[in-house]
Design a protein around this ligand. Sequence first.
Ligand SMILES: [Zn+2]
Length: 137
Amino acid sequence: MKVLARDDMATEFMPFWNAVDAGHLSFPVCRTCDRFHWYPLNLCPYCRGQDIAWSEVSGPGELYSWTVVRHAFDPEFWDQIPYIVALVVFPDAPGIRLVTNLIDVAPEKLSFGIAVTPAFDARNAADDPLRFRIVSA
Ligand SMILES: [Zn+2]
């Protein structure tokens, strides 16, 4: 899959990707108002506080919404379609909505609120994207 190389990413995302490389999720949280925010910012979008920490989120997440991409606008994605673009929320991190891909599931099996978990094992290199799977019942 065509992805941005790590060196091309904004530096404020590095704590997220370093956590992913270590096999867990971490999101920015404001120490002043205790609210999570995404994407990473140097100022809290709620209280303008500058004391931002990163907090590990244990998961699982929940499927908030999704769409199935069936047309490749870029020829490099022809072999990927159809694929699922998902919006994942985390009970441990209210306010976070992460855009990701779901793998290893047929779209007709999806429903709102089902449990999803990061597919850390599906990454072969540091530049591989983070994808999610549904949690099997
Ligand atoms: Zn704040």
